[in-house]
Every structure is written in C-alpha cells, then in structure tokens.
Write a protein that binds this ligand. Structure first.
Ligand code: FAD
Length: 487
C-alpha cells in the first residue's frame, strides 16, 4: 500500500500572509473554487522581515479576528509555529497529514518574501501540488506601470496619472459559504505575540480595534464624517482628519481595491466631495508607488536608493537618539509625535515627516536607525511605506525631498497645530503654556513659564540642539559629501 492511500482528505490550502481578510481575497476565492475543502493556514513567522513589537500586538488580534470569522463558517485558522523552522518545513508537515491538491496565496513584494515564494513554487511543483499566486494587496502590480521608455516610474505624479488611467479592477465580496477543514494547528496564544512582562499595550487597546469588520467600519465612518475637507485638513495633526486605515492596510484587513471602489461609490453619490475623494485615493496610491520602489530595489530598508548618500557622514549620538525616541528633545512638536507613537503605535503623517527630518538633519543620525525604531513601534509598520518614506525625508530616495529641505520644528508646529491642541494632548506638562510659546517654550519669559508650572530642564527639557546651528551643520555635511563626490 502506498503512502498516498493513508491520506484522509484532499484539501486546497489558502496561505494567509498580509491579507488577513475574507472579502476581496483572490487566493481564498480560488481555493474555494478548486472544489476541495479549504484549509486556511497562517505560518508564523511568514518569511518576511521580522515584525516589530507593535506589529506583533496587532497581528495577535488580527489572527484572532480572522479565526473568529472562519469559525462562523465552521472552520478554524490552522496556525503553524515556524519560529524554529521554515515555511517549507511547515508545509512539509501539512503534506504529511493531508492530500494537498493545491496551494493559493496573494503576492508579496519584499525580496526575502519573494525568494521564499519562488522557492516554494518549485518545491510544490516537484510534489505535483499546484501553487498559484494573485494580486491581493495592491491596486496594480508593481511591474505593470512603465514610462514611455519602458522603465518603472521613479516620480510619483506621473505614476499617479498612469495609475488613474489604467486602473480598472473591482473588489470581490465576502464569500457567502466556505467549505473548510475544521482542524486547528497551534493556538494563537502559543506564538507569544501579545506583550508580557511588562504588558505595555493598554493604551494601544484603547486606540484600536484590529480586524476585517473594524477596517470596513473605519473606512465607512471616515468617508461619512471626515472625507469632507480631507484635501485641506489632512496635514493637521490636531484634527481627526485622516482615515487611520494604515494598520488595516498593512495587515490586509482591507484591500486598496475595496477602498477605491467604496470611495468612488461614495463620491458618485456626493459629487461635492469629488476633490476630497481623489485627494484621498491619491494618498492610497502613494502606497502602490512605495511598493513599486520596493520591488525595484534590492533592500529598500538597508540601501540608499541614491548611492550618493553612501558617503554621508552620519554621527553616532546615543544620548540624543534616546531623547528622540522618548519624546524628550525639547521641541514640543517632535516630542508630541514621538509620544503619540509610543503610546498608540501610530503618528500623524505630517508629524512623521517632522520627527524624521529632526533625527536625520538636526541630529544627523542615519535614517536607518529611525526606520528601525518606527518598524518596532508602529502598528502600521509597512515593508514598503516605511523605508520609502524615510528615504524620502532623508533625500536619498526616489522622488525625494531634497536634502536641503530641513523641516523647521518651530514653524511647522505653528502652521499645522495652530492652537497647540496636538502638543497639549501628547505633552501635557506644557498644557498651561500660552499658545504663542508652545512651539518653542524656551522663548517664554521666566514669569510665563512659572505661571504655567514649567521649569525648563526639570519638568520639560531644554532643546537638545539649537535649530539654526543644527541646520547649518546638516547643510555643511551635505555640501561636504557633494564635494568629496566631485573630487
Ligand atoms: P490617510 O491620509 O488616511 O491615507 C490613506 C492611506 O494612504 C494610508 O493608510 C496609507 O496606506 C496611504 N498613505 C497615506 N500617506 C502615505 C504616504 N506618504 N506614503 C505611502 N502611503 C501613504 N505608512 C505606512 O502605512 N506604514 C509605515 O510604516 C509608514 N512609515 C512612514 C514613515 C515616515 C518617516 C513617514 C514620513 C511616513 C510614513 N508612512 C507610513 C506614510 C504615512 O505617514 C501613513 O501612511 C499615514 O500617516 C497613515 O495614516 P492614515 O491611514 O490616516 O492616512
């Protein structure tokens, strides 16, 4: 009797990765169409960059939510713990217990993930198991849009125009019935994703509800309550003016196709919101642009896109870096952002740019150190958006802000947090300071500081660097790199 005759059940596997949802999931749809009962699988880790602490917290809740959704169809998420092995080992164990007919997944674009997937495809083929992949996570595959000369786009605006004119995809609905294999693998608890000793996640739990249903509700309430004015207000961290969909997108609890289609339907019914709707979709397209850069690069989180920056004289200043991480730089807008990040795992986009510029330009600390910190602390840490955005701020990226554009943390606070509400929320020790001094408390007269209960250097830090001197030093370092390159 051959081994095959012992196999109890023919199955199709759907391998969930950054697509933790049932609706608009092409891999799941194909598995359902295969005619075999479907085994929904999650392998941890999934062969990509190791998730940071905040992402692990989110992943824990997201897997539970997906599992609960699968239970409504009578099945369970089969979780495999591959911390001491590989995805191939995990599949190998499955092929011993099931007669696996086919495996389906949605593509990923990070070099290590792609290499794992290519290797697995060959391995499956050797076992005569069909494996098929789909686009489940982007509006358009990163290799599709090309310039007239046939090259990938390196500048966002023409990329966006090309995307607008060629995108015509439609999301699919949540399946009505799913025939699942009801076996369970490791328990999600066993992956130790939720922090312990200490459990620092209390404020995150108050700020977020991970999962597919919460993702749809977040989109719907954003469109209804905040789309109006998005174009003008999206830069204001003191207002609740953006969607906060980024972690849901990072874990694939909602797809960009669903966002596109729902937004289009919404603005069709309210034509007065058309400009705001397109401004929002334009931001969503930045995510696709980041993925096209990730796809073109060997390692976007490690290598300067523009290798001119390889010679940049970064400094090492552990004490200053620690002040930055803890929100103790003495620049209130920077500190507010870094504390929002620490407490909630998220930071407003405008403030991300300000704090990144501060680390790179005022402190001249390598952008990769900041990228790493964000990777560990963001709930939306994204393999494409995070390094692409850091390189954008550093000036080393494609279509980047020029290096000499140095965000002034004082005027940025005045412009984008005009009443100081954002600073007061995240830096409460400054809450009684009159607004005119909130962006630069060291300029307040001693009497004003005293009546606001502030002792600079004691209750709130003095600035760790002088803005004008830091700016000059950053420009000189850049000039020096340019000269060395020319000589
Ligand atoms: P909305 O304004 O509602 O935008 C909707 C969606 O569009 C976002 O969820 C996001 O997926 C996408 N988007 C918006 N702005 C950008 C942008 N500039 N670049 C790429 N996509 C964008 N975004 C991440 O998703 N993950 C990251 O790890 C990340 N790291 C960043 C690091 C730095 C230094 C900077 C400057 C930006 C970073 N961003 C990152 C981009 C941006 O800050 C966030 O996507 C945005 O703040 C998320 O909030 P939102 O969902 O309310 O955005």
């Amino acid at each position: 009797m051959s081994d095959k005759e012992f196999f109890v059940q023919q199955v199709s596997i759907v391998w969930f990765r950054n697509d933790l949802r049932l609706a608009d999931n092409p891999a799941l749809k194909a598995a359902l169409n295969s005619g075999h009962p479907v085994l929904p699988v999650y392998i941890y880790p999934d062969g990509q960059r190791q998730p940071g602490a905040a992402s692990k917290w989110w992943l824990d809740k997201s897997l539970r939510s997906l599992n609960a959704d699968l239970e409504t169809f009578g099945g369970k998420l089969y979780v495999l713990d591959a911390r001491n092995s590989t995805a191939k080992d995990a599949f190998s164990s499955l092929t011993k217990n099931y007669d696996v007919q086919s495996v389906f997944w949605n593509r990923r674009y990070e070099p290590t993930g792609r290499a794992t997937d290519e290797d697995l495809k060959k391995w499956f083929s050797g076992l005569e198991i069909e494996s098929t992949s789909f686009n489940g996570n982007l509006l358009i595959e990163p290799w599709k849009l090309k310039t007239k000369t046939g090259d990938p786009y390196k500048v966002f605006t023409p990329f966006w125009r090309a995307l607008q004119s060629s995108y015509s995809d439609h999301p699919t609905n949540r399946p009505e019935s799913v025939r699942l294999v009801s076996d369970a693998g490791a328990l999600i608890d066993e992956l130790d994703l939720h922090p312990s000793q200490p459990d620092w996640s209390g404020k995150m739990a108050g700020a977020w509800t991970p999962g597919e249903s919460a993702a749809s509700e977040t989109l719907q309430s954003f469109l209804e309550d905040h789309l109006q004015g998005y174009k003008d207000k999206r830069d204001r961290p003191d207002l609740s003016a953006t969607s906060r969909l980024s972690p849901y997108l990072a874990f694939g609890e909602i797809s960009p196709r669903q966002i596109w289609a729902t937004t289009q339907t919404f603005i069709n019914s309210k034509p007065e919101l058309e400009n705001d709707g397109w401004a929002f979709l334009r931001e969503v397209a930045w995510r696709d642009f980041s993925y096209s850069l990730l796809f073109q690069s060997e390692d976007l989180a490690k290598h300067n896109w523009n290798d001119r920056f390889d010679a940049f004289p970064w400094t090492s200043n552990h004490a200053a870096e620690l002040c930055w991480q803890k929100g103790l730089t003495g620049y209130p807008i920077v500190d507010a952002g870094m504390r929002q990040l620490w407490e909630t795992g998220w930071m407003h986009n405008r403030v991300r740019m300000i704090v990144a510029s501060f680390l790179i330009k005022h402190l001249r600390i390598d952008w990769r150190r900041g990228e790493d910190w964000f990777w560990d602390t963001l709930v939306d840490a994204d393999a494409a958006n995070n390094p692409a955005s850091w390189q954008w701020v550093a000036g080393s990226g494609a279509d980047a802000a020029p290096y000499f554009r140095i965000f002034n943390p004082i005027t940025q606070a005045e412009k984008f947090d005009p009443k100081g509400d954002y600073i007061k929320q995240w830096v409460p020790e400054l809450k009684d300071l009159p607004v005119k001094y909130l962006s630069a408390p060291w300029t307040a007269p001693e009497l004003v500081l005293k009546s606001a209960g502030i002792r600079l250097g004691v209750t709130y830090p003095k600035p760790i660097v002088d803005h004008s001197k830091a700016r000059e030093a950053a420009l000189a370092a850049y000039e020096d790199t340019k000269q060395r390159e020319l000589s």
